[in-house]
Every structure is written in structure tokens, then in C-alpha cells.
Design a protein around this ligand. Structure first.
Ligand SMILES: [Zn+2]
Length: 326
């Protein structure tokens, strides 16, 4: 089947209590690792491209890699989505260039300007069958070129969501409830320490999510910055020459709970980066004589596939749901 927009996926995800995984893609091995897992697990998927990915790999290469995945995985629905579209021109370029979904991130703008910009993108996108994600509230952390200092983040205000959604016509909304971009989501000072001496991050603000859902029944909510930063990969990085002290993410159980509610799209990027980097570091450490990129990218791709499989089955709940999303 050809690329699809996110409409049917979100309807089904909302109705049936799961979320679609949105994974960032930057090169061939990442595209293959993700889509091979989704194909084997019969899961719908969103492949998303950031401004940084377009700068790194070039728009055409990324679109062609995703088109190759569509051809190799004809039985699962795949969305090609722009992550954090910074302006109308970038969104337009992606819509004209084959994307089936875009995000316009006006969250840093004053409310009225965010509405005006988002509506402009929605009008252009909807005429072309492309779905649009907006954002209200600001997440902390770093994602490619989106940098928000800790302390400058702000939770989504539930009283603003109805007006924003009605006036813009967006198809989904990213909200800030305590998730954060990157592999250092919380400082040790923000965490408590459990009996085993492990840092426990502050819980997500489910009260805000519930309040938003009550105001917008049936409307799909998106969570950004939702990697869990698996400690086995942090350990693998650190044991093989890396240095990632206190890397910490969102507990998977909380994401599973969010997916059962109105959250229909969960963005996961850092976990795949960690799996890839940990695997490559370990390979180099164990095989200092090797220099064929295929030899270290092959296990890296395999571990991306396994972490995606784990997310589909145990966090998102969308394994086996491809058919109902077509
Ligand atoms: Zn994001």
C-alpha cells in the first residue's frame, strides 16, 4: 500500500487504547531496523524526519529510503511525517515533496501567532490530503535544533486547547506534561532515589493529560521526548569508552498508561540512538582490527530492530494492529 496520512491510525489507536510509534529516521540502517520490526510485528508506523535529518541526509535520500521501505513492507501502513516543522516554508516543501503528515511547531510563539501559523499550514496541508500536528506548551531538552533550557519549559494549559484546536483545525496536538527531549530528561536533583540507589524521575502530569482529554474527547494527543533511555544501553556505552553519566528517561510503564488514554502518537528517538551507539562502541572495543562499516552497522541495525519490537509490543501496544489501521 502507498504512504498514508495519520487519520485512520489515530482513530483506531484512540478507540482501542494504543499509540502509534513515531521513530526518527536519518539513514538506511535506521529505516530498515524500524520497518523490519514493524513488518514482523504487523504494526502501523510513523517514520519521522526532523529539520536536522533533512540537513544531514538530504530530503530526496530520506524520501527514497522511506519509499523503499514502503515497497519492502507492502502489508503495513506507513506515514512519512515532518518532525518539528519550524516554519510554513519547510512544511510546504515536505508536503510538496511527498510527506503525508507534518508537524508545525509554533510552541515558542505567543498563542495568537501559534494559531495563525498553524492554521496556514493546516489550510495548505488539508487541501492535499496531508495531516497536521501542532504543539501547545514547551518541552525541555534538546532535539536537533530545538533547544529549550531547563526551567524555560512550560506545561500545556488545558484551558487553551479547545480554542487552539477549533481555530487551527489541526488533526493532533503535542502537549507538554513532563516529557523532555534527549537522553538527559531529568537532572538527579529532580529525581528521587529508590531502595537500589537508582534514580526515579518525577511522574508525568497525568492530571493535565486527563484535563485536556476531557475538553477534547476523541482528539488524538501526541507525546514528544518519550524515550525511556534503557540503562542496559547506557551501560554498554559507558563500558565501551563512552561517557553518559546520569542519562535518564521516561519510565515505560507511564508511557503504556498514556497510550491507553488519549495519547495516539509517541515519539521515540534517543532510545534508538543509544541502541545504535552502544552496539557500535561495543563492536569497536571488541574488534579493534575491523574496519568494514557493514560489520558494525549490521549488529547496530539488528539492535534497533529489537528495541523497536519491544516498544511495539510492550509500550505502544500497536503490535498486530496494522490491518485495522489500513
Ligand atoms: Zn519533539
Amino acid at each position: 500500500m502507498p504512504l498514508v496520512n495519520s487519520k485512520k491510525m489515530f482513530e483506531q489507536a484512540y478507540k482501542n487504547g494504543y499509540a502509534i510509534g513515531a521513530f526518527n529516521v536519518n539513514n538506511m540502517e535506521i529505516v530498515q531496523g524500524i520497518t523490519e520490526a514493524c513488518k514482523e510485528e504487523n504494526a502501523p508506523v510513523i517514520l519521522q524526519v526532523s529539520k536536522g535529518a533533512r540537513a544531514y541526509a538530504n530530503h530526496t535520500y530520506l524520501v527514497k529510503l522511506v519509499e523503499a521501505a514502503v515497497k519492502e513492507c507492502p502489508e503495513i501502513p506507513i506515514v512519512l511525517h515532518l518532525d518539528h516543522g519550524p516554519d510554513f516554508e519547510t512544511c510546504k516543501a515536505c508536503i510538496d515533496g511527498g510527506f503525508t503528515s507534518v508537524m508545525i511547531d509554533g510552541s515558542h510563539l505567543p498563542f495568537e501567532e501559534n494559531i495563525a501559523l498553524t492554521k496556514k499550514v493546516v489550510d495548505y496541508a488539508h487541501e492535499r490530503g496531508v495531516t497536521v500536528e501542532g504543539e501547545l506548551g514547551t518541552l525541555a531538552g534538546i532535539e536537533d535544533e530545538v533547544v529549550v533550557e531547563s526551567g524555560k519549559e512550560s506545561y500545556t494549559k488545558p484551558e487553551e486547547v479547545i480554542e487552539f484546536v477549533e481555530r487551527t483545525g489541526v488533526d493532533s496536538l503535542a502537549i507538554a506534561i513532563g516529557t523532555s527531549h534527549g537522553a538527559y530528561k531529568f537532572t538527579p536533583a529532580q529525581c528521587t532515589v529508590n531502595e537500589e540507589g537508582v534514580l526515579v524521575p518525577p511522574p508525568l502530569r497525568f492530571d493535565i493529560l486527563e484535563e485536556v482529554s476531557k475538553k477534547l474527547p476523541g482528539f488524538p494527543i501526541v507525546l514528544h521526548g518519550s524515550s525511556s533511555v534503557p540503562q542496559e544501553y547506557v551501560k554498554m556505552v559507558n563500558e565501551n569508552g563512552g561517557k553518559m553519566p546520569n542519562a535518564i528517561g521516561v519510565p515505560e510503564a507511564q508511557l503504556r498508561d498514556a497510550a491507553k488514554l488519549s495519547v495516539c502518537k509517541i515519539n521515540i528517538d534517543s532510545d534508538l540512538r543509544l541502541a545504535m551507539t552502544g552496539t557500535v562502541r561495543k563492536f569497536f572495543n571488541e574488534h579493534p582490527d575491523k574496519f568494514d562499516p557493514r560489520e558494525y552497522l549490521k549488529p547496530a541495525r539488528a539492535n534497533i530492530k529489537e528495541i523497536v519490537r519491544h516498544k511495539l509490543r510492550n509500550v505502544l501496544g500497536c503490535a498486530g494492529k496494522a490491518d485495522e489501521c489500513k
